[in-house]
Write a protein that binds this ligand. Structure first.
Ligand code: SF4
Ligand code: SF4
Ligand code: SF4
Length: 242
């Protein structure tokens, strides 16, 4: 059965492009997506690229210059649906740590995320994203469904995976306030959750501060809560959606 195709564009702003590689790395899956979408613009993946309008535009990376902010606004105008892909787009990413340096060392304005600049219809979180989640998002969008993320903390998956809790061993971990969906991959390998998927809806920040405060000083706690973006600001900003 031949279904009518929607048009898709994939753009990259300031990023390491790792999320695009995750998208392309599983080429069989990507090929399946092209049965539902005509990819009109994808600089990393093809040589010929067309101007919009687009049914769907995926944005990787964050806008880090006026030129990128202008092109992001232009993409919004010509795209029906915008998907922010990865922690850089979602929260500003690792590069947003410069927002916390003394201004005399920073020659640029503060780092913004995609939703700071334009209305963003859906976010596929993570650093990098998982290809399964972006494909699920694209299929939901294709069938005009609302793409939803798990409303559970990473701790839930961590317990299902029978990991020994790092916090109980006196080590910091952002699992209690971070959105599940990665199968607690870092903790499974003995590393702490650094929060790349962003805060879960019911994140309890006072409790997280209290826990981190038993192990870290104030500056270290702040560093933990701003690795991929300012966790508390992002959580407050999303409050109106809940
Ligand atoms: S979210 Fe991570 S993997 Fe994706 S583009 Fe940003 S830095 Fe790279
Ligand atoms: S190790 Fe981290 S994610 Fe796992 S249960 Fe403990 S706090 Fe939660
Ligand atoms: S465990 Fe935390 S840091 Fe690791 S992938 Fe999952 S959300 Fe990201």
């Amino acid at each position: 059965m031949n279904l009518p195709k929607k048009t898709l564009a994939i753009f990259s702003l300031t990023s390491c492009e790792g999320c695009q590689f995750e998208l392309l790395g599983f080429f069989d899956h990507f090929e399946k997506i092209t049965r539902f979408y005509n990819v009109l613009n994808f600089r990393l993946g093809q040589e010929e690229n067309l101007q919009g309008p687009y049914d769907v535009a995926i944005i990787e990376g964050n806008p880090d210059s006026q030129k990128q902010i202008d092109s992001l606004k232009e993409i919004r105008k010509i795209s029906k649906i915008i998907i922010g892909m990865g922690a850089c787009a979602h929260m500003g990413g690792i590069q947003s740590q410069r927002n916390h340096f003394p201004s005399k060392y920073i020659g640029k304005p503060s780092t913004k995320s995609v939703p700071d600049i334009i209305k963003t219809d859906f976010i596929v979180p993570g650093c990098p994203i998982s290809h399964q989640e972006i494909y699920r998002c694209l299929m939901d969008v294709y069938f005009d469904k609302v793409f939803e993320l798990p409303d559970l903390a990473v701790c839930f998956e961590c317990k299902q995976n029978n990991n020994e809790c790092l916090i109980k061993k006196g080590k910091p971990c952002l699992g209690p306030i971070t959105r599940a969906g990665c199968d607690s991959i870092c903790i499974n390998k003995g590393e702490a959750c650094l929060g790349c998927r962003g805060p879960v809806d019911q994140a309890n920040f006072p409790k997280m501060h209290e826990i981190l405060g038993t192990m870290l000083d104030e500056d270290e706690s702040k560093n933990w809560l701003t690795i991929y973006g300012d966790y508390e600001r992002i959580h407050k900003k999303d409050e109106h959606k809940r």
